[in-house]
Design a binder for this molecule. Structure first.
Ligand code: NAP
Length: 295
């Protein structure tokens, strides 16, 4: 495993396992398989509705808690100081842990300053080893990094060969914020797993396009948390430390950048309205229907 040292000195694995869109039913088995395959970093979120299953699987695995780097994220409806603090305590209970390795604010909307103050306090109290943000584009990232008391240590944003986040990464580097890729394969959108450039590079090393993408991220200094429910793919995605890409390979992959999201833009006001509606609906619906709107 390769590691990065965050701005506060905490060591974070460059490769982890993400559980977004992993159902409650499958999550326990998947986390156990991932730990067995060698993963020691798990990325979940309040809005994935599988924190309990992640916590139970970690307990069941027999892997010592201190050997695992555990991340969760606070969802928008829990923003504001009091609610964010309460929600992180609940997350820890669900995850069956006395501390988190990393806790992120999931989206740059609503009262994220209040929520950030809660994370700052929990960090200082030793409940969270590192605090960060997610989906904060450069404007929001510079804002928080400049005006908050404690600067975020990580920013998790959509990053893959078709949306490389070159400018965003430059700003993160400038502010000492570690970039972490969500959707390191772009969920395969736009035919990314079948991309001819990636295939040709993979053929040279006897590696798959998935392995080439992960290696490329790691060599750029981007932390990755690929998701799969298939144990063979978990092993494949973990096997990326025995080869390296040449400068020519890195240049060829740099040339694939479309410089736009394969999903949606957080700058789009219609998208912000969509988030607002989701928060409103969740507030007004029962717990069981909340879980149907998995994000
Ligand atoms: P991803 O990791 O880019 O792609 C996952 C998809 O790729 C799944 O459909 C998976 O299929 C497939 N896949 C995985 N390994 C493969 C392989 N070796 N060969 C072929 N196909 C493969 O997308 P993601 O799940 O959206 O992102 C990863 C993690 O980032 C999430 O789990 C979550 O922890 C985090 N995330 C965060 C945010 C945020 O807003 N902060 C948003 C999205 C995701 P199978 O499962 O069928 O194998």
């Amino acid at each position: 495993m390769e590691y990065v040292t965050l701005s506060n000195g905490v060591k974070m694995p460059m490769l982890g396992y993400g559980v977004y869109q992993v159902t409650k039913e499958e999550c326990g088995r998947c986390v156990l398989d991932a730990l067995k395959a060698g993963y020691r970093s798990i990325d979940t979120a309040q809005s994935y509705f599988n924190e309990e299953e992640v916590g139970s699987a970690i307990q069941k695995s027999g892997v010592a808690r201190e050997d695992i780097f555990l991340t969760t994220k606070v969802w928008i409806e829990h923003y504001g100081y009091e609610e964010a603090k309460q929600s992180v305590m609940e997350s820890m209970e669900k995850l069956k842990t006395g501390y988190l390795d990393l806790c992120l604010l999931h989206q740059p909307f609503a009262d994220y300053y209040g929520a950030w103050r809660a994370l700052e306090e929990l960090y200082e109290a030793g409940k969270i080893r590192a605090i960060g943000i997610s989906n904060f584009y450069p404007d929001r990232m510079v804002d928080l990094a400049s005006f908050a008391r404690i600067r975020p240590m990580v920013n998790q944003v959509e990053t893959h060969p078709y949306n490389q986040q070159v400018t965003a990464k430059e700003y993160m580097d400038k502010y000492g914020v570690q970039i972490e890729a969500w959707a390191p394969f772009g969920e395969g959108r736009g035919g990314l797993f079948e991309d001819e450039t990636l295939k040709a590079i993979g053929a040279k090393y006897g590696k798959t396009t998935a392995q080439v993408m992960l290696r490329w991220h790691i060599e750029r200094g981007v932390v990755v948390i690929p998701k799969t429910t298939h144990v063979e793919r978990m092993k494949e995605n973990f096997d990326v430390f025995s080869f390296s890409l040449s400068d020519e390979d890195m240049r060829a992959i740099a040339g694939l950048d479309k410089k736009e999201s394969s999903f949606f833009s957080h700058y789009d006001p219609a998208m912000v309205e969509w988030f607002v509606r989701m928060v409103e609906e969740r507030k007004h619906s029962s717990d069981s229907s909340k879980e149907k709107k998995n994000w």
